[in-house]
Design a protein around this ligand. Sequence first.
Ligand code: FAD
Length: 462
Amino acid sequence: MQQIHTRLAVIGSGPGGYSAAFRAADLGMEVTLIEKHDQLGGVCLNVGCIPSKALLHVAEQFNHLPLLRQWGITSTVTSPDLNAIREHKNTIVKTMSQNIAIMARQRRVNVITGEATFIDDHHLQITQKDKQVRLGFDHVIIAVGSRPNMPDFLPHDARIMDSTAALHLTEIPDRMLVVGGGIIGLELGTVYQALGTQITLIEFTDQLIPAADKDLVNLFQRSNKGRFNIRLNTRLTAVSAHPGGVTTTLLGADDQSDQMDFDALLIAIGRTPNGHRIGAEFAGVFVDQRGFIPVNDQLQTNVPHIYAIGDVTGNPMLAHRASHQAHTAAEVIAGHKTYFTPVAIPSIAYTQPEIAWTGKTEKDLKSAAIPYKVATFPWSALGRSHASQHPAGKTKLLYHPSTGQLLGAGVVGQHAGELIGELTLALEFGANIEDIGLTIHAHPTLHESIGLAAEAGLGTIT
Ligand code: FAD
């Protein structure tokens, strides 16, 4: 077996792993990045954030067609060209993955393709196609991510897809059941709906995107009435696949079951962290029952020279959380006094309209018994949203009743995800709504709604 040694080993090349490797190399460290897949970039780049947004961009164009027709802009499109759409998505993914490989080379990061497992707390075994490598390390960062959950009772059938399979876009089924009303289910449901699929979406709780505030989600739901058949408080209890389709049994809140037939199923019921798949026990690293690896605010596991970042460390499972943890871990290993203690981590559903929130939600504030007030600005009064024919939206600020300090914020509407950046910065800077209200926002813009919401709240501080 080949034996090599590295100062820092990074397992996994997702937004966590490659960001850690790059920051460590920039800080002068000798780094080895290990990835089991041929393409770098992890879930986010290959089968997550980027391909889903490429397809959502296509979906948006399709949804614009009826609007364009109003002004005499007609199109000859009768049905989507799946090959062209797939090519568009694959080209973006491939280009970005190649860019990561180039950036790794520029930094002299040693990239090894193979699957890493721990031998002990200073050695990894890397299984490659034709050989095994024993890699000794001074430090290691575990960035192995997560995988989709699939219920055990599902038959193996190509028409029953997880998010990865759905992103391959092999065909556009006539009727699809989306199981799970979280961000991933809604985004992929949006894509297939725009391309012509009739979508039924079930969610077992009483609200879509349970982590977001209900008023934001309700506005999304109202805007999509007629596009999705949404059934809340409903779970999938049985599935049988047969040549004519897939028969499902759905159990509602009233304990009544009914059977519905579909041409495809998309299962989007959350993700399982990969902590149990790396032999962590041989290094003495604690992994909880679900597969998460607990870390402190310097991203150290219970074994101080072994770090973990990204999805494998807990929720929210988001790429920007992974990359920021990555920078902290690399800097700590380089001897800096850096901590990962964000005030706010923004979340965005890139649906139509988008739903975005940051900092505390109303749910968080109520459960922590923190007093708060709400200031909102409806987009029905916003020039830019009318001008671009997307008047459905709302900007909402949550602030402390006596100091006016911003505690959290939510936006639903077109490009809400672009607006949430300003609010996250405001939270990190400890801004109050006076700071935001006095900041001159350009007219007519969508971000003007942030200033206007703050102004609405200004007179209410006691
Ligand atoms: P990952 O990206 O999962 O990367 C882990 C890597 O480790 C993988 O490449 C894997 O092959 C490799 N690996 C695992 N085990 C080993 C091993 N033993 N040896 C070697 N390599 C190994 N997040 C957002 O912030 N915004 C979005 O818009 C968004 N959209 C999403 C859409 C979908 C459909 C999905 C599924 C996810 C989406 N996410 C989004 C979540 C985002 O993809 C993850 O939070 C992010 O990829 C986590 O990064 P990570 O580095 O922790 O792990």
